[in-house]
Write a protein that binds this ligand. Structure first.
Ligand code: PA5
Length: 462
């Protein structure tokens, strides 16, 4: 089971100025939290509430179709190339990085048991793209283009480039190398996919990009590289049951949501650092940053009042960033809450040989790297507490599909509960849409001519 240790946000440890009286706060917010959880679970099936992600663990049909398609095609391709950005890429990256053998793409086909390599192209740097396309044999590559809206300029421009190369190399057969994941009915990609006859999967209605990792957006790439997606959905379902508990004392997502909310609104700690002590969980931080930032950074509350709120998420990696960020976190402004993720049991144990006993590093000999990384997590947490800095620690028993899915789902529910506490619309992203619209205008999309003119003059004078 996942555990949340919040002792180091308590005022008994870090003092009243920076800490909370947790027992008292849980009591104060007991009713509010119970109402929020009950309400989310009541609203989740209603159209237009954007809560369908809470049902993704139970979507047997998608699971079946994904497994069937993956089994049919995965032997035919050496590579999977995912084209997508934001919520259409970050969940896939986080989970594949966590669950595939480290350095997966560098393993031989035999070491990968014949399963394909996987690449995520989530940016439009022309040099990186050129570099990747130079090393990938597109004829042996299955391209999974993922976009809910079906028109995101970054993803669609990548797709247009890749499609042209594929068609030039494979003729009419190029279609077999494309699978599109997009909205059921609307969007340009849906239109193209139907015209051209691509295999498609659906981003379900009422599931926003940053909450879509357990839809076909994530499940398809996972299954294609041999990740056990039943294990993933089992993890979500079990966590969902735990998080349906309306008692804050029993619900870790509610606890962490409330702690973050109070730290921000009462103690001025509006920066939230995500710091796993596991390289395999490195991209969980990237995924969390999008989830937390896009969901909670809003300028209006639900009543339409100007609020301009939202805690700023920061990604970090333990132990690496102890040597870059921790100085600031210990001694700089006391305006952060740090989330450590700690792994109880790593897959491997690495012993440090008992050599150089006569030197200052002799003490390391005979210990394990496992002991070292967890000792570093503990000592950093304690040092931060000495400086009266709040931290919480999420402990994950193992890095496997079951627990990684639980971790991500717990963070999704935590975000939804935090959004209710802030009283904002967690599931909209007008700021992202604004930037997208400006890009469309600048790139000459039909219907955006007026904005293009205004923008051009602003750019000229800015
Ligand atoms: O969470 C969101 O909604 C966004 O960050 C999207 O995931 C991102 O903009 C990509 O959008 P789309 O999937 O429509 O291409």
């Amino acid at each position: 089971m996942l555990e949340l240790n919040y002792r180091n946000v308590d005022e008994a440890i870090i003092g009243h100025e920076n800490g909370l009286n947790i027992k008292q706060e849980f009591e104060n917010y007991k009713g509010t939290i119970a109402r929020i959880i009950a309400d989310l679970n009541k609203r989740k099936d209603k159209p237009g509430q954007w809560l369908q992600w809470m049902n993704l663990g139970y979507n047997e049909e998608t699971l079946w179709y994904v497994k069937e398609y993956a089994a049919m095609v995965q032997d035919r391709f050496e590579n999977i190339l995912v084209l997508g950005i934001g919520g259409s890429a970050l969940g896939g990256l986080a989970v594949t990085e966590a669950l595939l053998k480290p350095y997966w793409n560098l393993l031989t086909s035999e070491q990968r048991e014949g399963l394909p390599r996987i690449f995520f192209l989530d940016n439009i740097d022309p040099d990186t793209m050129t570099g990747l396309l130079e090393i990938l044999d597109l004829k042996k590559t299955l391209v999974n283009v993922i976009t809910k809206s079906g028109s995101t300029a970054e993803t669609m421009s990548q797709f247009m480039i890749v499609k042209n190369i594929l068609e030039a190399e494979l003729g009419d057969d190029y279609r077999k190398n494309i699978v599109a994941t997009t909205d059921k009915r609307t969007g340009v990609l849906r239109q193209i996919a139907e015209q051209e006859g691509y295999k498609t999967f659906v981003v379900p209605d009422d599931v926003g990009g940053r909450f879509s990792v357990f839809s076909a957006v994530g499940l398809l790439p996972f299954a294609l590289v041999g990740i056990d997606i039943d294990e993933i959905t089992n993890g979500i379902k079990d966590m969902d049951l735990l998080l349906k508990n309306t008692d804050i004392n029993e619900n870790i997502a509610a606890q962490n949501a409330l702690i973050h909310y109070l730290m921000d609104t009462q103690k001025g700690k509006n920066l939230s650092v995500m710091m796993p002590y596991s390289s395999r969980l490195k991209y969980v931080s990237d995924w969390y940053v999008q989830l937390w930032a896009e969901s909670l950074g809003k300028n209006k509350d639900k009543a339409g009042n100007d609020v301009q709120i939202g805690p700023t998420p920061i990604k970090a990696l333990g132990a690496t960033d102890q040597h870059s960020q921790i100085q600031l976190y210990n001694e700089g402004p006391n305006n952060k809450i740090i989330n450590f993720i700690r792994v109880k049991e790593f897959d491997n144990t690495m012993e440090i040989p008992p050599i150089f006993e006569y030197t200052g590093i002799g003490y390391l000999g005979g210990k394990t790297i496992n002991q070292l990384i967890n000792a570093e997590a503990d000592s950093t947490r304690v040092a931060l507490a000495d400086y009266q800095r709040p931290t919480v620690t999420i402990t994950i028993p193992k890095v496997n599909g079951y627990y990684v899915a639980q971790l991500l789902y717990m963070l999704e529910v935590q975000t939804a509960i935090a959004g209710e506490l802030y009283n904002i619309d967690t599931f909209s992203q007008p700021g992202v849409e604004q930037a997208k619209n400006y890009t469309y205008a600048l790139m000459g999309r039909v219907g955006y001519e007026e904005s293009a003119q205004v923008l051009q003059s602003k750019i000229a004078t800015a």
